[in-house]
Design a binder for this molecule. Structure first.
Ligand SMILES: C[S@@+](CC[C@H](N)C(=O)[O-])C[C@H]1O[C@@H](n2cnc3c(N)ncnc32)[C@H](O)[C@@H]1O
Length: 330
C-alpha cells in the first residue's frame, strides 16, 4: 500500500468518519442519498463549522429585523418568556424586551459570544435538537432561518418537535425557512449549497478564540470547515453561480446594504488547508465557504408542523423569500 501524502488524503475519510471528503456540492448530496454521509456530518461541516468561521462577518450583515417578525415579537404579551432558537447574533432579542423576557440559543459559540458582547442579551450555546429547557417552559418561540439548515427530513422534524416541546400549550411559535420558489431565482433542487465569501478583515477575527472556552463544537467545526474543497463539475459551478446571485440579492434585500459577502462559485483549493497541509492563507484573500440549505417548497413547512402533531397552524405565508408559519402549541 502506498502511504504517500496523496494516498493518505484518499484514505483519510475512512479514518475520520465525521469528515466529508468530496469535491462538489453535488457529490455531497449524492453521497447523502446513498447513505454514505450522515446528515449530522453534513451539518457539522457545512452548517455549524461554517457559522463558527463566518460568525463575525455574518453578524456584521445582520442588524435589521424583518417587520413581520418584529411585529410578532411586539405582539407578545407583557410578562412572557420567549425563546429565539438559532438566534444568530441576537438581532431579534432586544425586541419587546421591556415587556417580555427573551432568551436566545444557538449552536454557534462564536455567534453566542457576539450576542453576549452586545450587552443585556441572554443567550446560550445549544443545539436545536436537544434544547436544555424544560418542556412548556416558554410562552413563545421563534426560529428564523434555522430549520432549513437541517439536512434530512427526520432531523427537520426533530428540530420542529423540539421547538414545540419547549412552548406551553396555547403558546405561539413563529418559524421562517428559505423558500424554494423565491421571487428572484428559483432553486432547481431542494438540497443546495450556498456560498459565503468570508472577507479577509473578518477572517482573522473568526479564527481568533472568541468563543467561550466551554464550546465543545467550535474546534471540531473549524477543522471540518477546512475540509471544504473546490467544486469541479461545470453543472455544479453553474448551480452555485446562480445560488451566489440569489444569496447576494437575498442579503442585500434583507440588510438594505451592500456589505454582505459576495459568493464566487468555487472554493480556492488548498486555501483552507488540505489534510496534512499547513499552508498559511494570505490574509488579503477571501475564503469561500459552503452552507447547506434545504429550501422548502410551498406547503412543506405546514406539513412538517402537522407531522409533529404538536401545534396547529394559525397563519402562514411568504415573506422576504421565506415561507413562514405562526403556530399554536397544542
Ligand atoms: C441564517 S442564520 C439565522 C440567525 C438568526 N435567526 C437571524 O435571523 O438572524 C442560521 C442560524 O442557525 C444556527 N443553527 C444552525 N444549526 C443549528 C442547530 N442545530 N442548533 C442551533 N442553532 C443552529 C446557526 O448557527 C445560525 O446562527
Amino acid at each position: 500500500m502506498d502511504w504517500d501524502g496523496l494516498s493518505m488524503q484518499r484514505l483519510l475519510p475512512f479514518f475520520l468518519s465525521n469528515l466529508v471528503m468530496v469535491d462538489s456540492a453535488a457529490e455531497v448530496i449524492a453521497a447523502m442519498g446513498r447513505g454514505e454521509v450522515s446528515a449530522k456530518s453534513v451539518e457539522d461541516e457545512y452548517v455549524n463549522g461554517v457559522y463558527e468561521e463566518i460568525a463575525g462577518h455574518f453578524s456584521a450583515t445582520r442588524h435589521t429585523p424583518w417587520p413581520r417578525i418584529a411585529a410578532f415579537m411586539e405582539s407578545i404579551p407583557a410578562g412572557s418568556l420567549t425563546a429565539d432558537v438559532g438566534c444568530g447574533n441576537g438581532k431579534y432579542l432586544p425586541l419587546n424586551a421591556g415587556r417580555s423576557f427573551n432568551i436566545g440559543s444557538d449552536r454557534s459559540a462564536n455567534l453566542v459570544s457576539i450576542c453576549r458582547g452586545r450587552g443585556g442579551l441572554e443567550s446560550l450555546v445549544a443545539d436545536n435538537l436537544v434544547l436544555p429547557f424544560r418542556s412548556a417552559a416558554f410562552d413563545c418561540a421563534i426560529s428564523i432561518a434555522v430549520i432549513h439548515h437541517f439536512s434530512s427530513p427526520h432531523r427537520r422534524l426533530l428540530a420542529v418537535t423540539e421547538l414545540c416541546r419547549i412552548v406551553r400549550p396555547g403558546g405561539r411559535i413563529l418559524i421562517y425557512v428559505w423558500a424554494l420558489e423565491q421571487d428572484s431565482k428559483k432553486f432547481k433542487e431542494p438540497d443546495n449549497f450556498v456560498s459565503w465569501t468570508l472577507q479577509p478583515q473578518f477572517a482573522a477575527a473568526s479564527s481568533s478564540p472568541s468563543a467561550p472556552s466551554s464550546s465543545s463544537s467550535s474546534g471540531a467545526n473549524k477543522k471540518a470547515a477546512k475540509k471544504t474543497r473546490k467544486s469541479k463539475t461545470a453543472d455544479d459551478a453553474t448551480s452555485l453561480h446562480s445560488q451566489r446571485q440569489q444569496e447576494q440579492q437575498h442579503q442585500q434585500k434583507q440588510q438594505g446594504s451592500s456589505s454582505s459577502s459576495s459568493t464566487p462559485t468555487q472554493l480556492p483549493e488548498n486555501k483552507r488547508g488540505e489534510p496534512g497541509g499547513e499552508e498559511p492563507r494570505p490574509s488579503s484573500e477571501p475564503v469561500v465557504y459552503q452552507r447547506f440549505y434545504h429550501v422548502f417548497r410551498k406547503g412543506e413547512l405546514e406539513e412538517l408542523l402537522q407531522e409533529s402533531g404538536m401545534a396547529t397552524i394559525v397563519d402562514s405565508g411568504y415573506d422576504h423569500e421565506n415561507w413562514f408559519v405562526v403556530a399554536q402549541r397544542l
